[in-house]
Design a protein around this ligand. Structure first.
Ligand SMILES: N[C@@H](CC=O)C(=O)O
Length: 372
């Protein structure tokens, strides 16, 4: 792979309060050896021969999909062909952006090099299919400040536009979710990251740590922190963050807000919009992107009754996704779309009965999806 053709990421983003002026520290060059080091012969680097170009891809309101990661059924090697096809399928369905290595992307099962392969594969697939404008958010949460910064840099090198960062959680009993430690963690990562940060508040994934609206609003004032994904489902918090960050903006533009507030699950899409949010970053859109988009569009067009009816189907489908987690969503994708495969070990392969139950759980949603 040739080095990417933008040697300095500074100022490569457009969102935020004075965010254009922000100068992150550090960058270096990605080589094909970086990508293949941990993959050996299982990774065909020739598919990523094109240089990765860094252009401005604004973070605008809409539907963002934390994409699943796919693996070969026999070997559990990263399946780049399916990763690329899935990305293009979602783009063609009309989503606003993708997120690699979110919770649905099994980031915790991937080596650093594999993460870069997944992001670079997604970037290349989007570019090749005519979606070079579409931003890619990359999950970069880690237990140490140092590793989170490294992941942000690697994400940028692999073609990522934004970094989705969970708070560190292993030592959570030693500090509160709104403590100085968490504040310093996010500020340090944001100071050093070549790409802007989106805060990921998902208490279920981080030892129960639930960041308050106060700390999120405080962090939102960092020039390199440009959004939040609230999987906590707390629409009151979402409302407070949306209102405060709107007021902080020098000139609020609803089509290109300085700070993007996203529901972290599709089951509260219109609730989030009613509370001043800008869209969703939600795993259910892997399986039903059009239904997720249409629900939001109906609401934005003022068709609130129709939006509410569609939301009910989406919320019911999301209940299956929430209960089955990444195993259930993958099984649903396999049953309804004919691809998906299995998660990496030690996550279990579903039994025939589980697959049938999850297929049934997604039925109304998939009927809706296929009608759109
Ligand atoms: N329910 C969430 C899980 C992670 O945030 C989602 O839909 O993405």
């Amino acid at each position: 792979m040739a080095p990417h053709n933008d040697s300095s990421p500074a100022g490569s983003f457009t969102n935020g309060f004075n965010k254009m002026a922000f100068q992150p520290s550090g960058s270096s060059t990605l080589t094909v050896e970086d990508l293949t080091a941990e993959l050996g012969s299982s990774y065909d680097s020739s598919s990523l021969d094109a240089p990765i170009s860094h252009v401005k891809r604004p973070l605008i309101p809409g539907v963002y999909v934390p994409t699943m990661c796919f693996f070969e059924k026999e070997t559990e090697d990263v399946d780049t062909v399916t990763i690329a096809r899935h990305a293009v399928r979602l783009a063609r369905a009309g989503v606003t952006g993708l997120a690699t290595q979110g919770s649905n992307g099994e980031a915790v099962h991937l080596t650093h090099s594999e993460r870069q392969v997944v992001t670079a594969t997604t970037r290349k697939a989007l570019n090749d299919a005519g979606f070079s404008h579409m931003p890619i958010i990359v999950g970069c949460g880690a237990q140490s400040t140092r590793e989170a910064i490294l992941l942000c840099r690697q994400a940028w090198k692999a073609g990522g536009d934004y970094a989705l960062v969970l708070p560190p959680s292993y030592y959570a009993p030693l500090f509160a979710p709104s403590s100085q430690t968490i504040l310093e963690f996010f500020n340090a990562v944001a100071d050093a990251s070549p790409i802007p940060i989106i805060i990921y508040n998902y208490p279920g994934a981080v030892n129960g740590m639930d960041m308050s609206s106060d700390i999120i609003v405080q962090l939102a004032q960092h020039p390199n922190i440009v959004g939040v994904k609230l999987t906590c489902g707390n629409t009151g918090k979402l409302n407070r963050v949306a209102a405060a960050t709107r007021k902080l903006a020098k000139k609020y533009d609803p089509k290109n807000p300085d700070f993007l507030v996203l529901a972290g699950s599709a089951d509260f899409s219109i609730q989030a919009l009613a509370a001043g949010g800008h869209g969703i970053l939600a795993g259910l859109a892997n399986i039903a992107p059009k239904a997720c988009i249409q629900t939001i569009e109906l609401w934005n067009q003022g068709k609130h009754t129709e939006a509410q009816e569609m939301q009910e189907i989406v919320s019911q489908g999301d209940w299956t996704a929430i209960q089955g987690g990444v195993v259930g969503v993958k099984a649903g994708l396999e049953e309804w779309a004919g691809y998906g495969g299995y998660c990496r070990s030690p996550l279990p392969r579903p039994t025939a009965e589980q697959s049938k139950n999850w297929k049934d759980g997604f039925k109304d949603l998939m009927m809706l999806e296929k009608s759109l």
